[in-house]
Design a protein around this ligand. Structure first.
Ligand code: OGA
Ligand code: MN
Length: 212
């Protein structure tokens, strides 16, 4: 893709303040609209065979997993120009947040997710303290003209609680950021095809780091 406009420094200030104060941030819009459009076009054109877990499994692991989540996913890779444009934006995001919060974010992994009609993802945490180097979760929604009665809302819970603190409609361009270890969340059953990109900023894995 051609060069894209970056989010403003003032937008990163706002995100950093929200993360420091509350641990999460919900933005109706963050990335350039032409990038959101290109990402949507790409994910909507992928077919079942391009996603993981697209087949119908029969073993116990699949059954267990399937009772918790029913989305299909596909990793973004930098050899695709549209994926790369998104990955580049998130590299800038990483530096901007590190400059403000000294979080030591080291890298970023992300996948497209497709929830077919009827699919959900039950309440879960993306990372457990000391067991994962995922520290900051992002979700970008790619659904034009979403209606509240299409379902598919993201519910964010207060830490260690049954209290829902945010209900997010997966509207086109909405971008959510939260601390991975702190906020349980779930995806309510979606009645329409629902597309998103979920991503995780990670700390450096001490086992992978070169010895000094
Ligand atoms: C996830 C997740 C939320 C969403 O992939 O871990 O919680 O709204 N996704 O797609
Ligand atoms: Mn999650």
């Amino acid at each position: 893709m051609k060069a894209l406009i970056q989010p403003l420094e003032s937008t990163y200030d706002l995100i950093a303040d929200a993360l420091a104060d509350r641990g999460y941030c919900i933005l109706p819009q963050l990335l350039p609209p032409e990038l959101n459009i290109a990402l949507h076009r790409r994910v909507a054109r992928l077919d079942d065979a391009d996603f993981q877990r697209a087949g119908i499994g029969r073993d116990l692991d699949f059954q267990l997993n399937n009772s918790v989540r029913q989305d299909q996913t596909r990793w973004l890779t930098s050899d695709n120009p549209t994926d790369r444009a998104y990955i580049d934006q998130m590299a800038d995001f990483r530096l901007a947040i590190n400059r403000r919060l000294f979080m030591g974010l080291f890298d970023y992994e992300s996948h497209y997710a497709h929830y077919p009609p009827g699919a959900f993802y039950k309440k879960h945490l993306d990372a457990f303290k000391g067991q994962s180097n995922r520290v900051l979760t992002t979700v970008l929604y790619l659904n034009p003209e979403w209606q509240a009665d299409d379902g598919g809302q993201l519910l964010i819970y207060a830490a260690d609680s049954e209290t829902v603190i945010e209900t997010v409609n997966p509207n086109f361009g909405t971008f959510v950021i939260f601390l991975s270890e702190q906020f349980p969340h779930e995806v309510v059953k979606s009645l329409r095809d629902r597309y998103s990109i979920a991503g995780w900023f990670r700390l450096q894995d001490p086992l992978q780091a070169p010895a000094i």
